[in-house]
Design a protein around this ligand. Structure first.
Ligand code: S3P
Length: 448
């Protein structure tokens, strides 16, 4: 496992400065490949995230018979099979670290009459899969899972899937997407009811590819998404926006290091994804948007970020689904703010690539920050300026890319260098992370 060290700007005498673009959105990249593989004809994808998670999804789709190639020009071409056209994979599908890849593809496999075996790395094999198997069983698929409803899982899909109406027990775009993707090859209408809205890339993109999707609201305010099955999906040319979840790292770093000013271009700002930026503004951060535009029905803008004092806040729990992946880096940044930052309603963080509440609480407290762990969240007490970094500490990434990056950006602003072990995992979502931070003046490198 690889160690990286982040050197504080105070010792390198450099603030962060410059303009960067972050890699393509992970959620949209997975969905581009999946829907491209189900369209009839050739789709192209510009700016696909070439991280290990998305490449694992591409590999699995190839195993189902889709022809997916990366051109020398960096453009990906997908020759789709049509809804219902998946073939039986001849080998086990290894989704690596990717919960999104595993759960979305389980949905797809459930309504095709093929048998597939899914596995993943040690982190993914600990994550709950019951949440997707339950609705997919109702649709007619059969599963054999390891103990606790975990991977490895054999899924015996059915060509005769039943359309269902399913109310999500937790706000989760992965469960919603698994059901909708299964519903693509079911006759009639498949409905997902979301008491609290989660990212809507799947329904946006399904529409874009020509599926009939209607979105309404129930009397209790829940969102009702209905898909008409067995559409003929039309191939598309997709431009993937920059991932707001990746942009969060250089942005947090710029807010930690006094005197910094950076621009991140082409950041996706879907309102169901971008609530971190509202939270940061509530804390006093100066973040301005330039060149607001839209592509694929997704709002995009360049974000200009200037360092300045931050104050701790109570993050509204109802925002959680729209910034669910950003709590680790927010917790790191909160250590630099004035006063406590209270984060609640985020028990879902315990079943991400790691238990992100436990991982942040443990890492921050070993570095010297006062943190309280709550069953459904945490409270970080800020230092109103450079946060402590007890010398000699080695933070463990816990096979979680966002834990690794959160502590590395923390190190750029902290009083001493921060060392993080297991940084290979950053490749899953943000290839070139350390180099990109270097171009801004942030020293993140292998130990001497
Ligand atoms: C994702 C949904 C979220 C998020 C994950 C990506 C997606 O997970 O944490 O990184 O692309 O649908 P949940 O659906 O489990 O909340």
């Amino acid at each position: 496992m690889s160690i990286l060290v982040a050197h504080p700007a105070a010792t390198t005498a450099s603030r962060l400065n410059g303009t960067i673009a972050v890699p393509g959105d992970k959620s949209i990249s997975h969905r581009s490949l999946i829907l491209g593989a189900l369209a009839v004809g050739e789709s192209t994808v510009h700016g696909l995230l070439e991280g290990a998670d998305v490449l694992a999804t591409a590999q699995a789709l190839r195993a189902y018979g889709a022809d997916i190639r990366r051109g020398d020009d960096g453009v990906w071409r997908i020759f789709g099979l049509g809804v219902g056209g998946l073939m039986a994979p001849s080998n086990v599908l290894d989704l690596g670290n990717s919960g999104t890849g595993a759960r979305l593809l389980l949905g797809l496999a459930a309504s095709h009459g093929v048998t597939s075996i899914f596995t993943g790395d040690a982190s993914l094999r600990l994550r709950p899969m019951e949440r997707v198997m339950t609705p997919l069983q109702q649709m007619g698929a059969k599963f054999q899972a390891a103990e606790g409803g975990r991977l490895p899982i054999t899924v015996m899909g059915t060509n005769g899937a039943l359309p269902i109406e399913y109310r999500l027990p937790v706000a989760s775009a992965q469960i919603k997407s698994a059901v909708l993707l299964a519903g693509l090859n079911a006759p009639g209408q498949t409905t997902v009811i979301e008491p609290r809205p989660s990212r809507d890339h799947t329904e946006n993109m399904l529409r874009h590819f020509g599926a009939e999707v209607s979105i309404g609201e129930d009397d209790d305010g829940a969102r009702r998404i209905t898909l008409t099955g067995r559409p003929e999906l039309q191939p598309q040319n997709i431009h993937v926006p920059g991932d707001p979840s990746s942009a969060a790292f250089p942005i947090a770093a710029a807010l930690m290091v006094p005197g910094s000013e950076i621009t991140v271009t082409g950041v996706g700002l879907n309102p169901l994804r971008a609530a971190l930026f509202d939270t940061l503004r509530d804390m006093g951060a100066q973040i301005t948007e330039r060149n607001r535009r839209a592509d694929l029905g997704e709002p995009i803008a360049d974000l200009v970020v200037r360092a300045g004092p931050l104050k701790g806040i109570e993050v509204p729990p109802e925002r959680a689904p729209a910034m669910i992946d950003e709590y680790p880096v927010l917790a790191a940044l909160a250590a630099f703010a004035q006063g406590p930052t209270v984060m609640r309603g985020i028990a879902e963080l315990r079943v991400k690539e790691s238990d992100r509440i436990a991982a942040m609480v443990k890492g921050l407290s070993t570095l010297g920050v006062r943190v309280e762990e709550l069953p459904d969240g945490m409270v970080v007490h800020g230092h109103n300026g450079p946060a402590p970094a007890n010398p000699g500490v080695l933070i463990d990434s816990e096979m979680d890319h966002r834990i690794a990056m959160s502590f590395l950006v923390y190190g750029l602003g902290a009083r001493n260098p921060v060392r993080v072990d297991g940084c290979d995992i950053i490749e899953t979502s943000f290839p070139g992370f350390a180099d990109l931070m270097q171009t801004l003046g942030g020293r993140i490198e292998a130990p001497a």
